[in-house]
Ligand binder design. Structure first.
Ligand SMILES: NC(=O)c1ccc[n+]([C@@H]2O[C@H](COP(=O)([O-])OP(=O)(O)OC[C@H]3O[C@@H](n4cnc5c(N)ncnc54)[C@H](OP(=O)(O)O)[C@@H]3O)[C@@H](O)[C@H]2O)c1
Length: 409
């Protein structure tokens, strides 16, 4: 096997999430036995990162690479078993690195939540990743690890307990606290802009099976929770969940990569629980209105300009350390077995979803990818659940503050 200088290279180490991710990897110390390096386009910012990480990072290896210069990316990849990228918006900056990793056989994971871009990468580079052995795993942050692994966890339980998979799983955000960074807002606004400018992209974003292989795509109609509605089973009003558009597509891709083990008519939907009674109804409409307002503004050029200049954080900015520490999330998964019986599970995280928790999830996904190098899984575009499954659940519970629990009764 080709021995590389580093097991993991963090590309985008000087960004908001990149720094948190490096702090997580540094806190893992040498316990995992993995060697890692930080990469970015600015040496000055990389030196500042060493300072941010403290004296123990004095010897942290630093690499210079630019997302728009293929040669510099190839030099970086030649030294890495796994590259983690936090250089986003991925639809603007991510393609050259996917191309290089796919061609050179370098494993890769990232935080993209941009399904239209993932579809383009699949169409252009899946064949070369399969040929080179590169394992590409998108969506290794809050979107979409909790959804993808929550479904994996509940389906495994259903199979063990009842000998069959759930035909329908509902994910409900019971509670959540956290903030947004400039990078995430920039990615969201770019996806809305692409959709507003190109009807084909808009159509693609509405297709729940966008990330499934083109052949044998299911045609089961999926329930859309894009408007507030009452859910009798939960006794609460539901509000649309901003991440549902990407999470549901990742879950359906996992099912497709499992040869539709959950059934080609498997149903999955996500929403936020807004509470019962008139207060719950008001909250559901307030959340739905805020989300609709943001999308409308992001679709109109002058309003988008005003949003990015006056209302949302700039790239590199994000929630304060205190907001990250005080953040958390509590997700519920309810599975219907199709015969009246149900199973359910709870998934919680101990930090704000988008940054504190996301950086730990991404770091653990990369660890599992690096340590699983010899597991014989072939190259291609995977999902977190299908490539890393139970190994990642174990790592998330022991090293990243997540908890997966079956709820009885
Ligand atoms: N899935 C999730 O749950 C989740 C959560 C959080 C964030 N995200 C995504 O993660 C990405 C990063 O977010 P963030 O908040 O960390 O953004 P950020 O602070 O703006 O960081 C972006 C990084 O990209 C680097 N970069 C930009 N252009 C480059 C180029 N040409 N060559 C090399 N590096 C370049 C920046 O380098 P400089 O430092 O030199 O400017 C910076 O390090 C975004 O796409 C965001 O949507 C996803």
């Amino acid at each position: 096997m080709n021995i590389k200088a580093y097991d993991i290279v963090v590309f985008g180490a000087t960004g908001f999430v990149g720094k948190l991710l490096c702090r997580h990897l540094a806190s893992r110390g040498s316990s995992s036995g993995l060697k890692w390096a930080a990469a970015a386009r600015s040496r000055e910012k990389l030196e500042a990162l060493r300072h941010f990480l403290g004296p123990e990072a004095n010897d942290l290896p630093l690499l210079i690479a630019n997302a728009q210069e293929e040669k510099s990316l190839a030099d970086m990849c030649a030294q890495a078993q796994v590259v983690i990228s936090t250089v986003g918006p991925y639809a603007l900056y991510g393609e050259p690195l996917i191309k290089v990793c796919s061609e050179l056989g370098t494993d890769y994971c990232d935080l993209t939540g941009e399904p239209q871009w993932i579809r383009r990468m699949l169409d252009r580079y899946e064949a070369s990743a399969k040929a080179s052995g590169a394992r590409i795993v998108h969506c290794c942050g809050f979107d979409s690890i909790p959804s993808d692994l929550g479904v994996h966890f509940l389906q495994k339980h259903a199979l063990q307990r009842f000998g069959r998979y759930c035909t329908h799983i509902k994910m409900r955000v019971r509670n959540m606290r956290g903030g947004v960074s400039g990078g995430t807002v920039a990615s969201l606004m770019n996806a809305v802009k692409e959709g507003a400018e190109d009807p084909a992209v808009r159509q693609a974003l509405l297709n729940p099976y966008l990330l499934c292989p083109l052949e044998n795509r299911p045609n089961t109609r999926q329930r859309s929770l894009s408007r507030p509605q009452y859910d009798g089973a939960f006794g609460a009003w539901l509000a649309p969940f901003v991440m549902a558009g990407v999470n549901t597509k990742v879950v359906f891709r996992s099912n497709a990569l499992l040869n539709y083990a959950y059934g080609s008519d498997f149903q999955y939907d996500e929403a936020m629980l807004a509470g019962a009674g008139p207060r719950g109804r008001f909250k559901a409409y307030a959340i739905g209105g805020a989300l609709g307002g943001f999308i409308t503004m992001a679709a109109i050029t002058p309003a988008r300009w005003a949003l990015s200049h006056f209302l949302v954080p700039a790239p590199g900015e994000g929630p304060s350390p205190q907001a990250q520490r005080n953040g958390f999330y509590d997700l519920r998964f309810v599975g219907l077995l199709g015969d009246g019986r149900t199973v359910s599970a709870k998934l919680t995280g101990d930090a704000d979803p988008g940054y504190g928790s996301t950086s730990k999830m991404l770091g653990e996904a990369a660890h599992c990818l690096a340590l699983g190098r010899k597991d014989g899984k072939p190259g291609g575009f995977w999902t977190p659940a299908t490539l890393l499954g139970d190994t990642l659940i174990e790592a998330l519970q022991t090293k990243a503050g997540l908890s997966f629990e079956v709820l009885e009764g």
